[in-house]
Design a protein. Structure first.
Length: 99
């Protein structure tokens, strides 16, 4: 994803966005239990899970009860305070409650 001057990013945010764009994609359907939760790859995995969940439920209007893959993701069943950072928890909470 290219970003232009219109975003008015400071140097640190531009560096983070460049790092994010250069890392390989991590499939939300891959086994994320082997990832160290503090790494960028693990963060991309978590974001991928939430993106796929929202895509299936909001865009494709799949019923949540029919989505069994997310029930099998061990990271979601573990302590979410450890796995997800604060912003991810807020997004996840909104997705779960429909707020």
């Amino acid at each position: 994803m290219k970003h232009g001057k219109a975003l008015e990013l400071d140097m640190e945010d531009e560096r983070k966005l460049n790092i994010l764009n250069t890392l390989p994609l991590v499939s939300p359907y891959s086994d994320g239990s082997k990832l160290d939760f503090r790494t960028s790859e693990a963060e991309k995995y978590r974001v991928g899970i939430i993106h796929e969940f929202l895509s299936l439920t909001l865009e494709k209007r799949a019923y949540i009860h029919n989505i069994v893959e997310f029930k099998d993701v061990e990271l979601i069943d573990k302590d979410p305070q450890v796995v997800f950072n604060e912003k991810t928890l807020q997004i996840w909470g909104h997705a779960r409650t429909g707020i």
